[in-house]
Design a protein around this ligand. Structure first.
Ligand SMILES: NC(=O)c1ccc[n+]([C@@H]2O[C@H](COP(=O)([O-])OP(=O)(O)OC[C@H]3O[C@@H](n4cnc5c(N)ncnc54)[C@H](OP(=O)(O)O)[C@@H]3O)[C@@H](O)[C@H]2O)c1
Length: 331
């Protein structure tokens, strides 16, 4: 796989989203399977691992710490702080300095490492000045506990304030053919400030692979079934699925799978894009790695742009409650 730059790091053009071994999309793999997947990903050329303190309440970090830390020099390690699930299983944002310091200590212990290469503020806490949260991450960098600082789902004006406090190395936000929000402003702001962009959910939460089922067929422990992602609700999904016929035809013409086409489109948006598809399946992981070297011509990119975009997709990416918690929606 060819490589791209995130600040001082040279990483595989496609990183591995490690949330999925610990939460998100239905039943979870057992520990042996998760360990095999993580090692096979490094063998397949992935050198950028994305996790977070929140994923499975530390489970994803623990799997990485236990099963690939002996290969520490082979990959760049990214994790995140600043959101949790409370005892009532609700998602809570907390960007207070003392919480960030404690979370970092916990991440380091679970990850079984001395230093995290890229540590993101997972969400901005509206009750804490962003300068305080980012200033704390900056001090952790100065102390050598993390190497660089990132932010996730952030609006441009917040990013500018944060970047003036401590240099931000990467911004991570949802970005794919069907979620174009970052095109409004944040990608441009990142380019102006020299910040790498890490698209999450680049497969549209499986929709663009053509293997996604209607919510009525998914299991209850799947985030797409929680009434929080309107695009997967039957009335929208039945419309959205119509986009996949012509999309499949483009993939066939390009000689790649639908998943690979989705990733190749993200890569075609610029050298600063490092998508992190998530999977708990070794074959899918290998298939996604295969997209790392696909180059789409301009005509194909334009054709995809016309076919699947904010206007042709039915339903919002999140429900109103979730939308209101996300800083990036203000852009
Ligand atoms: N910063 C944030 O707030 C944030 C939010 C969400 C996610 N993330 C990060 O981004 C990563 C990716 O996002 P995501 O997992 O939400 O969405 P995604 O990568 O767009 O899609 C994941 C879904 O696609 C399926 N899949 C993956 N490769 C496939 C293939 N080749 N063929 C068929 N199905 C395939 C997976 O199922 P299988 O397991 O069966 O392959 C899973 O259901 C996460 O792991 C996490 O690290 C960050």
């Amino acid at each position: 796989m060819h490589t791209r730059k995130i600040g001082p790091f040279e990483v595989s053009a496609i990183g591995l989203g490690c949330m999925n071994i610990s939460m998100g999309y239905g039943d979870l793999p057992d520990e042996t399977t998760a360990a095999k997947l993580l090692n096979a990903a490094i063998d397949a050329g992935y050198t950028f691992m994305d996790t977070a303190a929140m994923y499975g309440m530390g489970h994803s970090e623990t799997m990485i710490g236990k099963h690939i830390m002996h290969r520490r020099s082979e990959f760049t390690l990214a994790s995140k702080c600043g959101i949790f699930r409370n005892s009532e299983n609700q998602v809570v944002t907390d960007g207070r300095p003392e919480i960030i310091v404690q979370t970092c200590e916990d991440s380091l212990r679970r990850l079984n490492t001395e230093v995290i290469d890229l540590y993101y503020l997972h969400r901005v806490d509206k009750n804490v000045p962003v300068e305080d949260s980012i200033g704390t991450l900056g001090r952790l960098a100065e102390q050598g506990k993390i190497r660089t600082v990132g932010m996730s789902e952030i609006a441009s004006d917040t990013l500018r304030k944060a970047h003036a406090t401590f240099p931000i190395t990467a911004v991570q936000s949802e970005y794919s053919l069907w979620t174009r929000t970052p095109e409004r402003k944040i990608i441009e702001t990142c380019r102006e400030l020299g910040i790498a962009f890490v698209p999450f959910s680049p497969l549209a939460r499986q929709f663009l692979t053509g293997k996604c089922k209607d919510v009525t067929e998914l299991t209850k422990n799947d985030i797409r079934c929680t009434n929080s992602r309107p695009r997967f609700e039957p009335e929208n999904f039945s419309e959205n699925i119509k986009l996949l016929g012509p999309y499949r035809a483009i993939a066939e013409r390009c000689g790649c799978t639908m998943a690979q086409l989705a990733l190749a489109w993200v890569l075609a948006q610029g050298e600063d894009m490092i998508p992190i598809p998530g999977t708990k399946n070794i074959e899918h992981m290998e298939e996604n790695a295969g997209a790392g070297d696909i180059k789409l011509d301009k005509t194909t990119v334009n054709e995809l742009d016309q076919l699947i975009n904010d206007k042709t997709v039915k339903g919002d990416r999140y429900n109103e409650v979730l939308m209101n918690t996300i800083d990036s929606e203000r852009d």
